[in-house]
Design a protein around this ligand. Structure first.
Ligand SMILES: CC(C)(COP(=O)(O)OP(=O)(O)OC[C@H]1O[C@@H](n2cnc3c(N)ncnc32)[C@H](O)[C@@H]1OP(=O)(O)O)[C@@H](O)C(=O)NCCC(=O)NCCS
Length: 259
């Protein structure tokens, strides 16, 4: 539990240049409080204590102005900056390293039961006041501009702005977007691995990330095959990558979405 807490706090330092120390993050970041309360409400929801889960979630809303339905699935190092006026619907799914600013809605456009809210893949950033509405996917590393209204799927690495949301920048290459998401996971400056920056070390790291991704995919396939054969070899978790171990190589204040 403390490991997750440390990870949450580190994720704030990586994405908010205004954060000064861990005590400040623990006490003054409503986005963090909302996420912790959501972990409790989500656990209660999973155990079938639906009303209690809603009550806890509603308490979190009073406290922070951030409404996360207990049924919403949230990944690791989720960061809500400023908070207030955020709504995350029941069937929303949020990957790792996702950032939301104040006033964001991950909502639905229909009253049908079933999946009706968006899925945000790893590393997505949603700007202040943006509305992402419907059961589609916003691909890894995509950015949604402030005040955009997005009602259609967004490809990995793309930037969407305006009403209705239109793509202004599409990743030249989906591989590049996946690489960014993987690099973000490792705490490496994803923006360093681009064609505009012919740094040989950054390029070499980029190649390594591609290779790591390919090996990951191959391992996943092998684990699936082993499981089908009745083996529990892959049941054990791999050791976690700890973001703070990479902290020294991460640049500061280089996000296009910072304060
Ligand atoms: C969408 C966003 C990520 C794009 O950042 P970027 O990749 O650096 O892109 P640029 O700033 O170079 O803008 C590219 C173009 O999109 C336009 N644009 C950028 N953001 C826009 C927005 N939210 N709505 C409409 N147009 C936008 C720019 O005017 C520019 O247009 P031009 O090419 O005609 O000059 C960023 O503008 C944004 O909205 N980030 C969210 C920030 C936020 O919510 N911060 C809250 C802090 S409290």
């Amino acid at each position: 539990m403390f490991e997750r807490l440390r990870e949450d706090i580190q994720s704030v330092f990586h994405r908010d240049p205004a954060a000064r120390n861990a005590f400040e993050v623990l006490t003054c970041y409503p986005g963090m409080h909302a996420i912790w309360i959501h972990r409790l409400s989500g656990a209660l929801w999973g155990m079938g204590w639906k009303w209690l889960a809603r009550l806890v979630s509603n308490f979190g809303r009073w406290l922070t102005g951030i409404e996360i339905h207990p049924g919403a699935k949230v990944g690791r190092r989720f960061f809500i900056d400023h908070g207030m006026g955020i709504v995350i619907g029941e069937t929303a799914e949020i990957g790792d390293d996702v950032t939301l600013y104040q006033g964001v809605t991950l909502g639905g456009t229909s009253w049908n039961k079933g999946k009706r809210h968006p899925t945000l893949e790893d590393g997505v950033v949603v700007g202040a006041g943006a509305k992402v509405l419907g059961p589609f996917t916003v691909g890894a590393g995509a950015k949604v501009g402030s005040n955009a209204v997005v009602t259609k799927a967004v490809p990995a690495g793309a930037t969407v702005v305006g009403i209705p949301g239109r793509i202004i920048m599409k990743s030249s290459d989906e591989q590049e977007a996946k690489r960014k998401a993987m690099a973000e996971k490792l705490g490496f400056d994803a923006y360093g691995v681009s064609e505009d920056m012919p740094d040989p070390v950054a390029r070499a790291i980029g190649q390594l990330l591609d290779h790591l991704q390919a090996v990951d995919g191959r391992l996943e396939g092998m684990c699936g095959a082993l499981k089908d054969l009745g083996s529990d070899y892959c049941a054990k978790d791999l050791p976690e990558l700890r973001q703070e171990d990479f902290a020294e190589v991460k640049g500061e204040g280089d996000s296009p979405v910072g304060r």
